[in-house]
Design a protein around this ligand. Sequence first.
Ligand code: HEM
Length: 375
Amino acid sequence: PFSVFNQLRETTPIRYDHERQCWDLFLYEDVHEILKTHAVFSSERKRTLEANTILTMDPPRHTKMRNIVNKAFTVKSVQNLAPRIQEIVHQLIDLIIQQGQMEVVRDLSAPLPVIMIAELLGVPKEDRLLFKEWSDVAIKGVDQYTEEHLAAVAAEHKKAQIELSQYFTDMMNQRRTEPKDDLITALLRAEVDGEKLTDKEIIDFCILLLIAGNETTTNLITHGIRLLTEQPDIQEQVAQDSALIPSFIEETLRYYPPVLGVSRVAKQEIEIYGQKIHQGEVVMAWVAAANRDPRVFSDPDTFVVNRTPNHHLTFGKGIHFCLGAPLARLEAKIAFEEIFKRLTEIRLQKGTKVEINPSPLLYGLKEYPVTFQTV
Ligand code: HEM
């Protein structure tokens, strides 16, 4: 999609799409401004799931709700998860080496975030598969905003959501009698303006974490491996110097962003480039276009493994900046450290046709089979 984004950014910095009924903006400066200016560009947008979450809230409620979970997701808190992430990655790569080949999505990049979020929430091991199935369904079509799409996936969503809700309800009841050191227990204890959260609010929070964190992190790791196979010289370079892994991950986020764009709703009339955006109209901020804006990034279509600074907008900006960014970064860092420690000569399996998931807002691959040698 990137050549299209490049072209649109350079020819039509703003446009109204009649079919999708929204404004599109492509320049870094504008995407940045929209995300930062939450007083004008509201997050109280149309929701695909019937969940009311911080992702679709404005202050003051947003601030208070986000504060409840903030602490669990800071760089410092997630650092405590490092040994466990390490262990999971190690086991996954043991299996991959036993198999002798790897389908990246199935064998590594999909299981890792699901296992981590399940454990954070307090889901026991034996329920993990079930959990993954629900979250896959819940994710499906979450990025589709047209009525037809919504109707088509609504039934499936509804079913998964009912089952997930039931599951979380049982978990909550269990934690009420027997609190544990997990997010569900923390959410049960939390108060906003002196009031406890309702069961529905807690369930919605859990569902949000599933939806926001799983496929995105999966795609980050998949794209990273994809890049290593597309540019073997970079694979070589990072293999020789593992200190490059964090900047390699940041550049992967910029270059192949798992989230292509985010939407907002205009709270008031506002004029941009002589175009009047009316109150209530939807505005799309195209992160993927902004990330390759030559006004901000030199040589933007080149993957520069040690690009500094690298102020990509892949995790958003401002008050809704991705809550899970430290976790996603840590999972990716540990995964790539382990990959480089144990695997070499990673190549796309011959004859593979790489398929991009058909989603307007998320950017990911269905599967990515690779061959490798062990170190
Ligand atoms: C918000 C991207 C991983 C939880 C966001 C936003 C973006 C984003 C762009 C802002 C949306 C907006 O402004 O409307 C990503 C990417 C990820 C990732 C690219 C992986 C590479 C995660 C993970 C979690 C998570 C692992 C949780 C475990 C959230 C939550 C929000 C959010 C809860 C809402 C924050 C708020 O509204 O205040 N993410 N995300 N994300 N993300 Fe992530």
